[in-house]
Design a protein around this ligand. Structure first.
Ligand SMILES: C[S@@+](CC[C@H](N)C(=O)[O-])C[C@H]1O[C@@H](n2cnc3c(N)ncnc32)[C@H](O)[C@@H]1O
Length: 237
């Protein structure tokens, strides 16, 4: 969420249209923490986010006593993080294995900032990327990852799902757990907006996903909000 005219002006030149949008939904981080981090204390932890956008997750974990850092490519997004007091490591995730980042994090979060199609056709390179990402975290630390799978439009449609299966197999091989949202609405509830049938959350070092009482109580409200937005209506809390 962008809070001031200065932040809105700063992000007006961001590379991604969604990040330029001051009305971008801030929904997700609190819901993720409620349902994937049950009984996990983040207090005192050093946590890395890949591609933080408007820094909603960084801020949510800072409220729980964690120290958030980020890797980001886009100068206005880097500047936003620094203005808000976060340590931001500039760099292109594509070159993650060679980026200058102090490792040893307690946790790593990535929602929609890495793309398995960067390595399409090169399974070893994709495995190397995922392994390097996991290696930034201490062996007893945690990771929560959702990829952003934008494929090359020239690719045959069957290759899209096949390559995401390859990605999922690598995550499983490296000890990650896979959680598949049962419905698009559930994904949207966690701020994951990509609509494709192979959407999965990969986690390591965290308890299995559970539907918290808060989520079960709020889902009908959320569904009504989504429906109202789709119909172009304003929906009050
Ligand atoms: C889709 S947004 C997701 C933002 C945030 N994680 C969220 O869930 O709201 C992707 C973020 O990653 C950054 N990003 C995209 N490609 C990147 C790359 N190759 N290297 C580093 N950051 C990148 C964008 O600038 C943006 O901050």
């Amino acid at each position: 969420m962008l809070r001031t005219p200065e932040e809105i002006a700063l992000l007006s030149t961001a590379q991604e249209p969604g990040i330029r949008n001051p009305a971008r939904s801030e929904h997700g981080p609190e819901e993720i923490l409620g349902d994937f981090f049950a009984d996990v204390s983040l207090s005192g932890q050093r946590v890395l986010e890949l591609g933080p956008g408007h820094y909603e997750f960084c801020e949510a974990i800072a409220r729980r006593g964690a120290r958030a850092e980020a890797i980001e490519l886009d100068p206005p997004v880097i500047e936003l993080g620094r203005r808000r007091g976060f340590r931001v490591w500039p760099g292109n995730l594509l070159h993650l294995p060679s980026l200058e980042v102090e490792p040893g994090f307690d946790g790593l979060f990535c929602k929609g900032s890495n793309n398995p199609f960067w390595f399409y056709g090169h399974e070893a390179a994709l495995r190397n990327y995922i392994a390097k990402m996991a290696g930034l975290v201490r062996p007893d630390g945690w990771l929560w990852v959702v990829s952003c799978p934008f494929s090359n439009p020239a690719l045959p449609p069957t290759e899209f799902g096949r390559w995401l299966d390859v990605e999922a197999a690598i995550y499983r091989e490296l000890g990650f757990r896979e959680w598949v949202p049962p419905h698009r609405l559930a994904a949207a509830y966690y701020g994951i907006s990509f609509e494709h049938p192979r959407l999965a959350v990969f986690t390591k070092g965290l308890p299995p996903h559970r539907w918290s009482a808060a989520t079960l109580a709020r889902l009908p409200w959320f569904a009504a909000r989504v429906a109202a937005r789709r119909a172009g209506r304003v929906f009050a809390r």
